[in-house]
Design a protein around this ligand. Structure first.
Ligand code: TXA
Ligand code: MG
Length: 336
């Protein structure tokens, strides 16, 4: 290779065999990057205690340095190294970990500034995917991992999605199959356990958190109040965007589709009885199941981006349970 030529990596997809897991654990211990499966979406992992390794995550994703990372831990003793625990952590961990819930806590000194974007807090999650749990135990390290997509694009829910977006920027992808939930984790700020704040909806809802905590969980105000600093830029309006313009609708009807141009695509929440074989009508669920719809949302947006559609239309999900997270992602994808 001649000097000055950009290093072109071509990501290899590894099956989760014991030998591969040991090799990938060594890559992480030496400061390398590995894309990993989680039960929510695929993440791009590095040793969370190694600032230089985490810097590589930002470069591979082209993520702005002011957008902090989530740190994944194997157990509560690993959490204790990077964050200050409190009563809320114990309750939520018992109810929801390992699982799709991220807690924002006060950080300890060992966490490099690059991980938290200089904030005094750190976001922590104990993931449930068995391959990632094995990798966490083999490395013995907390792993920082944002979603494994180029910054601003739809999160990946299969190993092939990761390769499509980051294949030339990283060397290793661990294949753990399609993600069980397909939506990023719920994020709740519990630095003050008496006033928990929901920062990002996910399949675990604010009501479920409130029941466990015994206090209401308020959503961070959607409207931008200039007096309140943005907690994290990744939580701002436009995010998760497909390449095509997208509009959301309360309901999609046969008449709306008939009136529009045939090169616009329609994403119904459930399979409509009027769809027939129309090539431009799609759906997230067969019978209205919210979990199935969540699992399929990002994969469908990616598939439609490959088509020649001029515009996407998406029907909002029923506004309860995981439907709230689906609608949050659809509204962000539609934000100008
Ligand atoms: O399900 C998930 O959470 C996936 C998997 C890989 O674990 N990860 C994920 O990471 O969605 P990412 O980076 O795409 O989204 C993390 C969000 C960002 O919007 C970031 O701003 C926010 O978490 N965040 C991280 N640290 C924070 C902090 N200290 N305070 C508030 N928000 C924080
Ligand atoms: Mg992301």
């Amino acid at each position: 290779m001649r000097l000055g030529q950009p290093l072109m990596l071509s990501a290899k997809i590894h099956r989760g065999t014991p030998g591969n897991l040991r090799r990938l654990a060594r890559v992480l211990q030496r400061g390398g990057l590995v894309a990993v499966p989680t039960e929510t979406v695929y993440g791009l992992a590095a040793n969370a205690l190694d600032g230089a390794a985490c810097g590589r995550i930002f470069r591979a994703k082209r993520r702005p340095a002011n957008d902090p990372l989530i740190v994944h831990v194997a157990d509560l003793s690993m959490l204790g190294r990077i964050a200050e625990s409190n009563g809320a952590v114990a309750k939520l961990a018992r109810a929801f970990w390992p699982g799709p819930l991220t807690l924002v806590l006060h950080r300890t000194q060992v966490v490099p500034d690059v991980v938290t974007a200089g904030l005094s807090s750190v976001a922590v999650r104990m993931p449930a995917h068995p391959l990632l749990r094995r990798l966490l135990r083999l490395t013995g390290l907390p792993l920082a991992a944002p979603s494994a997509n180029p910054f601003g694009y739809v999160s990946p829910t299969t190993a092939a999605h990761v390769r499509d977006g980051l294949g030339s920027a990283i060397a290793h992808i661990l294949d753990g199959g399609p993600c069980r939930h397909g939506l990023e984790s719920t994020i709740v700020d519990v630095r003050n356990p008496r006033r928990p704040m929901l920062l990002r909806p996910g399949v675990i809802t604010a009501e479920q958190l409130a029941r466990v905590l015994g206090v209401p969980v308020r959503a961070r105000s959607q409207r931008r109040n200039p007096a309140i600093p943005v907690v994290a830029p990744g939580l701002m309006a436009r995010h998760y965007s497909p390449l095509r313009p997208l509009c959301t609708h309360r309901r999609i009807s046969a008449a709306m589709v008939a009136r529009a141009s045939p090169d616009e695509a329609w994403i119904c929440f459930r399979q409509p009885d009027w769809a027939g074989t129309a090539p431009n009508v799609f759906w997230l669920s067969t019978h209205g199941d919210l979990d199935q719809a969540g699992r399929r949302l990002f994969a469908l947006l990616r598939r439609l981006d490959l088509g020649a559609w001029t515009r996407l239309h998406a029907e909002l999900a029923p506004a309860h349970g995981p439907g709230l997270a689906i609608n949050d992602r659809l509204r962000r994808a539609a934000a100008k």
